[in-house]
Design a protein around this ligand. Structure first.
Ligand SMILES: Cc1ncc(C[n+]2csc(CCOP(=O)(O)OP(=O)(O)O)c2C)c(N)n1
Ligand SMILES: [Mg+2]
Length: 832
């Protein structure tokens, strides 16, 4: 008793209006841990934890418990910035804004009845019903209402299957007829060989807020690969911001809707979250909603993640996570409001964990009572949310309203059956008007040479820096060499060819964006796009100082991610067709970490969704004795993915060719992803350097003929580095009867040019494809039938490493031996 009295005496005199420290201490415990004890699961199966530090009684505890252990569980005490924490505290503890109950109720009825009509009319068709997390619709609605007031003109929405059809109608405002028509059978010939299932297609639409603001809705096309759309959505948003400049972040709001299982399990989520505050990737805050039905197909939370909540992967960032019981509609709206206001206030990501259940199986054809019998007994008896909410707010006589909505839906469904052609659910933005995809046509070609005087001027700008700037001696030397390259005193290497290409493009108003691991300097010390002052590490980027009024040139070191970064750049290219957008792998070998983005977006996007991209992938490739994972960008994989001119695959064998292929990509209006296998050791190799004149007049040559040999007995065909080694070997052998032809563009296959080349060497009896990759890799499988087709009666042979499970040997010595054997074989006649 005495000690208690002493405590009171020692307390500093309370300042009027200042928080009482004892009260603060109690409330702080609830602020920190209250979410663990919150009432978050509508079915009550995911029980609140009994946290030992919250076993408190008294008035303060009761008040704090009401706020922090109710139907909202807020995780925010890990946020280091006290201003942000106070903001959330005030919003949680203060009075709540009134809710438009009628609007919310109507949305819930509409969302439910839409699913019901689909279920009745198209029994057995996958729709991935929203039911169980139906509050997602009023939640997004509230976000839009508030975002509209804060300046949003567009919502960039990335989401997967769950609730997507419902969102198309109730968020993107696509007409009911259009949506039902997606379920009707149409003439299969109109979609054969392309298209996608209805719950993956992108859509655009318009949402009108209750105050009359119009918000364009852009629902991003999405593959089955869960969460792969996340970085793509961010990249798209970033491009829209960059196009807009000042105020872009307020205007374009990104929203990602995740699944609980996918959010916890898919690594690309972590990669995407990590972009939030990085200058090259930030979108001023993304709102994440987890449509958390506490299940993933047949897998339950304790099997999904090691954390208590799926959302907690986001805990490494200093951002709030709002868990909310999906059946307290007004709590859901409160959270929606807080989330969007927080995003606008602090430019931060926010996570909303909307907790509900899944009324049906994974899809409607799936029987969940086999794996979760108890859960599904509870669900079976659980009323739909609109009924619960109607009773919560005392809404009476809504029978007529429900009936009217049902009639509206059924009429739309009947009308849809009369539609014979699938409707287009989206419109492309105007900036796509001048660009096109489809099959290649020669008329798309444009000259890509740059006059000598202009190259000299560009060189001057590329090699200059402010007077007081302290340049590293090695960089200084490099710049001096570049000066000589620009005026023709020294052959141009790849680094300079690239710099000249980018400089010429930004000068003519074409923006450039390149990102990749260590891309600013360049993995191989070849780029040096940013000069670093040796005294103070200040930066100077010559490419940003090429000409007054030039376009933007941005080169970023990316995070150590492939899938996330490539997804982002793909997304960026989708909303910036005028720009040259490039992603560079550290070594091409690592591109397979991004395989889902390559397969699902880069290669198949046009076929599935008629969506174009001019993205460039720069993939260092070449067998140089560096081991199994620093050798191969897997040419074979890209060639296998190529069909119907969906992509371009090139391997420019010298600096001039690299210059032209980059300019060609930017200047042609044919928007196709371009895969470029780039060199490593050849970056500065004299044989791969080009006289500056090659930059002034030539175009990119799909096939690089042999200018030295005229009456060849044998033609060696190859691509990339091995060609230069063959040339060296030929010189060593003083061989004058072997022509070496580089196939610079592998796809689309340059049949006419190659035929002409073989025709030119009509006396050659041996035609040999030479590659350094093993027999089961490289371009062999692709080239042989095509070469045989154009070689007529002449035999086509091949030289390659023998088939191998791993791309390359780990021994530099073994590599040397193999490489020598390849060269020897290439020059030994089969008659011998
Ligand atoms: C990358 C990937 N792996 C596996 C699947 C197969 N799959 C489709 S939905 C699903 C469960 C998803 O659970 P959750 O993320 O919680 O979303 P829900 O269906 O519950 O809304 C799985 C495993 C997939 N589509 N993508
Ligand atoms: Mg789930």
């Amino acid at each position: 008793m005495a000690s208690r009295a002493k405590t009171v005496v020692d307390k500093p005199a309370a300042t009027p209006g200042a928080p009482d420290p004892d009260r603060e201490r109690v409330v702080d415990l609830f602020r920190r841990w209250g979410y663990l004890q919150a009432d978050l699961d509508p079915l009550g199966l995911f029980r609140p934890l009994s946290h030992p530090e919250l076993q408190l009684t008294g008035e303060w505890a009761a008040e704090a418990r009401r706020v922090y252990c109710g139907t909202i569980g807020t995780e925010f005490m890990h946020i280091s910035d006290p201003v942000r924490r106070h903001w959330i505290q005030e919003r949680m503890e203060g009075p709540q804004a009134p809710v438009d109950q009628q609007a919310a109720l109507e949305q819930l009825i509409r969302a439910k009845l839409f699913e019901q009509v689909l279920q009745q009319r198209y029994l057995g068709t996958k729709r991935f019903s929203i039911e169980g997390v139906t509050a997602l619709i009023p939640l997004i609605d509230e976000i839009l209402e508030v975002a509209g007031r804060l300046g949003a003109i567009e919502l960039v929405l990335g989401m997967s299957h769950r609730g997507r059809l419902n969102a198309m109608v109730h968020v993107a405002n696509r007409s009911l007829e259009e949506m039902f028509a997606e379920f009707e059978d149409v003439d299969p010939r109109s979609v054969l060989g392309s298209g996608d299932v209805k719950y993956h297609m992108g859509a655009t639409g318009e949402y009108v807020t209750r105050t009359g603001a119009r918000i364009h809705i852009h629902l991003v096309s999405n593959p089955s690969h869960l969460e792969a759309v996340d970085p793509v959505t961010m990249g798209r948003t970033r491009a829209k911001h960059d196009r807009t400049g000042e105020g872009g972040r307020e205007k374009y709001l990104p929203l990602l809707v995740h699944g609980d299982s996918a959010f916890a399990g898919q690594g690309i989520v972590a990669e995407t979250l990590n972009f939030a505050d990085l200058p090259g990737y930030t979108v001023g805050g993304t709102i994440h909603i987890i449509a958390n039905n506490l299940i993933g197909f047949t897998t339950v939370p304790r099997e999904e993640h090691s954390s208590r909540f799926s959302a907690q992967i986001a805990r490494r960032q200093s951002i709030p996570i709002f868990h909310v019981n999906g059946e307290d509609v007004e709590a859901v709206l409160q959270v929606g409001r807080m989330a969007v206001e927080y995003r606008y206030q602090f430019g931060s990501d926010v996570v909303v964990d909307l907790i509900g259940f899944r009324r049906y199986g994974h899809s409607e054809v799936d029987d969940p009572t086999i794996t979760q019998p108890v859960l599904y007994r509870a669900i079976k008896d659980h009323p739909p949310l609109w009924e619960i909410y109607a009773s919560d707010i005392g809404a009476e006589d809504i029978g007529a309203q429900v009936k009217a909505i049902r009639t509206e839906l059924e009429t739309a469904q009947k009308n849809a059956a009369l539609i014979t052609k699938k409707p287009t659910l989206r419109e492309l933005p105007k900036y796509w008007d001048n660009y096109f995809g489809g099959r290649y046509k020669e008329e798309y070609e444009v000259p890509t040479g740059v006059p000598a005087e202009e190259l000299q001027e560009l060189t001057r700008r590329l090699t200059a820096y402010p007077e007081q700037f302290h340049t590293h001696p090695k960089v200084k030397k490099l710049l001096e060499q570049r000066v000589e390259m620009g005026i023709g005193k020294r052959a141009v290497d790849y680094g300079m060819a690239e710099a000249l290409a980018l400089a010429s493009l930004v000068k003519s108003g074409i923006p450039v964006r390149l990102s990749g691991q260590d891309s600013r300097r360049g993995t191989f010390n070849q780029r040096h796009s940013v000069l670093i002052d040796t005294e103070n590490e200040q930066e100077y980027m010559p490419l940003a100082h090429i000409a007054p009024g030039q376009a933007r040139c941005e080169i970023y070191n990316s995070t150590l991610s492939e899938a996330g970064v490539l997804g982002f750049e793909y997304g960026y290219s989708r909303d910036y067709p005028e720009a040259l957008v490039m992603w560079e792998a550290q070594f091409g070998d690592f591109a397979n970490v991004a395989q889902a983005i390559i397969d699902q977006f880069v290669c198949a996007g046009e076929d599935k969704w008629s969506l174009l991209s001019g993205l460039v992938l720069l993939l260092p490739h070449g067998y140089e004795g560096q081991g199994p994972e620093h050798s191969s960008a897997r040419i074979e994989r890209f060639l296998q993915l190529a069909a119907r001119d969906n992509i371009q695959i090139c391997q420019p064998s010298n600096a001039g060719q690299y210059f032209h292929v980059l300019r060609r990509q930017a200047l042609r209006h044919w928007r196709k992803p371009l895969i470029v296998f780039t060199p490593k050791s050849m970056l500065r190799h004299p044989d791969a350097c080009s006289p500056v004149e090659d930059l002034t007049h030539q175009r990119f040559m799909n096939v690089f003929p042999d200018a030295d040999v005229h009456y060849a007995k044998r033609v060696l065909l190859c691509t990339g580095k091995i060609g230069h080694e063959l040339r060296e070997e030929r010189k060593r052998r003083k061989d004058q009867s072997t022509a070496i032809v580089f196939v610079e563009q592998l796809y689309p296959f340059p049949e006419a040019e190659l035929s002409a080349e073989l025709q030119r060497h009509s006396a050659a009896r041996e035609i040999v494809w030479v590659q350094e990759e093993p027999a089961n890799m490289g371009a062999l499988f692709y080239m042989m039938p095509r070469l045989r087709h154009i070689a007529g009666d002449r035999p086509v042979l091949s030289v390659k490493r023998s088939g191998s499970a791993s791309p390359a040997t780990g021994s530099a010595g073994a590599h040397e031996v193999e490489q020598k054997a390849l060269l020897a074989l290439a020059f030994s006649s089969r008659d011998r």
